[in-house]
Every structure is written in C-alpha cells, then in structure tokens.
Design a protein around this ligand. Structure first.
Ligand code: ADP
Length: 397
C-alpha cells in the first residue's frame, strides 16, 4: 500500500512516497520557490540519483501535478499510474483544540483546519492549499490530516494555561499547543522499543533540536508538557527564533529602536535565536561549533547559552514528571552533533547520566549513548515524521 506524504509550505512542497506495508521509502522530493521565479523540482527515486527540473510552478496545484508526473514517469517513475497511490497523508501544523488525533479529510475537516488559520497564519493556509491541490488532481484518493499539535493535546490544564486573564483562553483559545508532535510521538515510542520497555511505563523527555527546536515530557505514553506554546516561538533558543524571553522586552526594544510590534515579532522570529546571539555569525550549529572550537567568543556564548536552556527544560520536565527514565535527542542537531549532546549531558550528572563517548560518536541509527550503569538513559533516535504520517494515514484508511 503506497502512501504519498505531503508537507506543504508557503512556497515549498516536500513529499515522500512510502510503502506502508514494508515502511520502505519509494521516492522523495521537494518543490521549491513555488509561485516565485526560478522554481524547481528535485525528485529522487530510492537507490537512484536525484533529478532536478527547473520549471515554472505558478501555484501548488502545478507543483502537485509535477510530483505526480514524476512518480508515474515512464523512465524514472516508481508507480504505473495514480491508482497505485492508496492515500495521501498531509502534515498539518495547527489543529487547535479540535484535533487530538489524525483524521480523514472531509469538507468539515477542511473547514475546521481553516478555523485554525489564525493560530498558524504562516503554515495552515499553505497546508490547506496542498489539500486542495491533491483533491483536484486525485479526487477519489482518500486523504488524512496529521497534526503537529495533536500529540500535545493530552497536556493537563496546568501545563497548557498561561498566567493571563482567563477570558483570553475562553474567547481566543490562547493557550499552549506545542508543535513537532508527530516527531515527539514517533521518537518517544521508538525509545521505549529500543529500551525494550512498555511505553506506558516510562517517563521520557524528547529534545527535538533542529532549526526549530522543542522539548516535551512524555509520561506513561502521554505528553504532559512541551516547550513551544501558542506559536512555535516559545521555549528553546532556536536557529533564528528567540524562545522564552521576558515579554516586557518587546515594549522596551520597540521604544528604544522605534519599531512596531510587527517589526519586533519579525526580529524575534527571524533575527534572534543562535543567529542573533552569535551577532549574525550563523544559524547553523556546524558553523557555531567551528567558531566555538577556534575560541571565538560568538560561538562560545551562543552554544553555551543554547545548551544551558535545554538543560533547564530537562530539569523542569524531570520535576514535572517526578523523575525521568530516558532523554532522547532527535532532529538535525540532536541527531548529528555529538558535541552539543555531550555539552548538554555533562550538565546532567545529577540524573545519574554518564555518557558513553564511543556510542555518542556514532551517527544515523537508534543509539543508547549512556554507559550501562547510568540510571537515566540517553538515546539518539533519528526522527521520521513522514513515516509517522504514513502510519497514521494507513491506520485511518
Ligand atoms: P528543520 O527545523 O528545518 O527541520 P533540521 O531538523 O533539518 O531543521 O535541523 C537543521 C539544523 O541541524 C541545521 O541548521 C544545523 O544547525 C543542524 N545540523 C545539521 N547537521 C549537523 C551536524 N552535522 N552538526 C551539527 N549540527 C547539524
């Protein structure tokens, strides 16, 4: 059973075709600069070279059309025709309080996702365009919506409410939602499997450290807290996002620099995080690590502040769960940087953590990176959101 997984951004579309029985990747690719000059499709059937096609894509429907043409192409295609695609799974960023689970897409579901647009104005409208494009081109193929927020809907009220007038929650649903839920769910489940323990018996902290970064506390198989909030701006220091700050800073800087709220929000989202902290050296940890190792102050202060914030969240979530059995690292940085993992773990001795340096140096597989006598285990679990979406979609159809 082949499932097409679609992750639609405002000017991009990532896709994977996955055999949901064997869980093998059949082909994957990316459409970039949709609606902008210089758009291109990169398509890669598994085991073959990437094929890059520079071609105009005026909208997402054109992009989906090109993707489907590639998948069914006589020479480089992977299926004979579209009937071999059993379903489409869409990544949807915000499901609000309405969606605690993935769901098959109906007109009502589309309306409910549209109702959440206000909560994720950069993401949900793009996700909806992807749904509309697929519906137009594959009207009889079932589609599922898999939400980034759904896994976090089990958070108790004490974790999702802010210390704000309660009427803002009642009127506008201002609360913590959390994101990267598909990844937190996939990684925490996988950690239980790797440890050979029951998911329901464990207290797990997942550190999803990519360009966007978030931590979650998963107690007895349910998310009980997570670091991102109403929007993906809260929590850890990220590539370009500030994470937690004193909200009064917004007014303070607005006055000092004579900037509007929109301008300040843009700075908090695009010019802050490790990019801003490193005086614009880089938002990429590879560059920052290089700077750190060559003794550059920008690299040192940035990586240490980043690692300190992660450590603080791990401490907070250990307290929230009254203990922790396993801490998992995942996503671009979490999976690929032994250096940052070591820096974080070196601050966690109080949890009975001793790093196994040889294990920590490995890459690309599920790993336990603590010594066997460590009372809390630390794992590296490569995330696979697309596979998780394909699994959810398969279950729904
Ligand atoms: P996104 O949030 O865009 O999905 P990713 O999970 O792909 O992000 O993570 C991208 C980030 O991971 C990069 O910006 C970089 O900081 C970090 N990264 C990727 N590979 C490495 C590496 N080998 N060493 C250190 N950091 C890495």
């Amino acid at each position: 059973m082949n499932i097409l997984v679609i992750n639609c951004g405002s000017s991009s579309l990532k896709f994977q075709l996955i055999d949901a029985e064997t869980e093998k990747l059949i082909a994957k690719g990316l459409c970039e600069r949709i609606g902008i000059e210089g758009s291109q499709l990169v398509y890669q059937p598994t085991g073959k070279d990437k094929i890059t096609t520079v071609t105009p894509m005026e909208d997402h429907t054109t992009a989906v059309k090109l993707v489907l043409n590639s998948l069914t192409d006589k020479d480089n295609g992977v299926v004979n025709d579209l009937s071999e695609i059993a379903a489409v799974g869409h990544r949807i960023v915000h499901g609000g309080e309405k969606f605690a689970k993935s769901t098959l897409i109906t007109d009502e579901v589309v309306q409910a996702i549209t109702d959440c647009n206000e909560l994720a104005p950069l993401h949900n409208p793009a996700n909806l365009i992807g749904i509309a494009a697929c519906k137009e081109l594959m009207p009889n193929t079932p589609m599922a919506a898999v939400f980034d927020t759904a896994f976090h809907q089990t958070m108790p009220q004490e974790a999702y409410l802010y210390g704000l007038p309660y009427e803002y929650y009642e009127k506008y649903k201002v609360r913590r939602y959390g994101f990267h839920g598909t990844s937190h769910s996939y990684v925490s489940n996988k950690a239980a499997e790797v440890l050979g323990k029951k998911y329901e018996d464990l207290k797990i902290i997942v550190c999803h450290l990519g360009n966007g970064a978030s931590v979650s506390a998963v107690k007895n198989g349910k998310c009980i807290d997570t670091s991102m909030g109403l929007t993906p701006l809260e929590g850890l220091i990220m590539g370009t996002r500030s994470g937690d700050i004193d909200p009064a800073i917004i007014e303070f800087i607005a006055h000092k620099e004579n900037k509007s709220i929109d301008e300040i929000m843009s700075i908090l989202n695009k010019k802050s995080g490790v990019l801003g902290l490193s005086s614009n050296l880089s938002s990429d940890f590879r560059d920052l690590q290089e700077a750190y190792e060559s003794g550059k102050e920008e690299g040192i202060r940035t990586i240490e502040t980043f690692a300190y914030r992660v450590t603080k969240y791990i401490g907070a979530y250990t307290a929230a769960m009254n203990g922790v059995d396993a801490i998992c690292f995942t996503a671009g940085l979490g999976e690929n940087s032994p250096f940052v993992r070591e820096m974080i773990c070196s601050r966690l001795g109080y949890l009975g953590i001793t790093l196994d340096k040889e294990q920590n140096a490995k890459r690309g597989e599920d790993l336990i990176i603590t010594t066997s006598d460590s009372t809390t285990k630390v794992l590296v679990i490569p995330t696979n959101e697309e596979l998780a979406i394909a699994r959810e979609t398969k279950a729904l159809i």
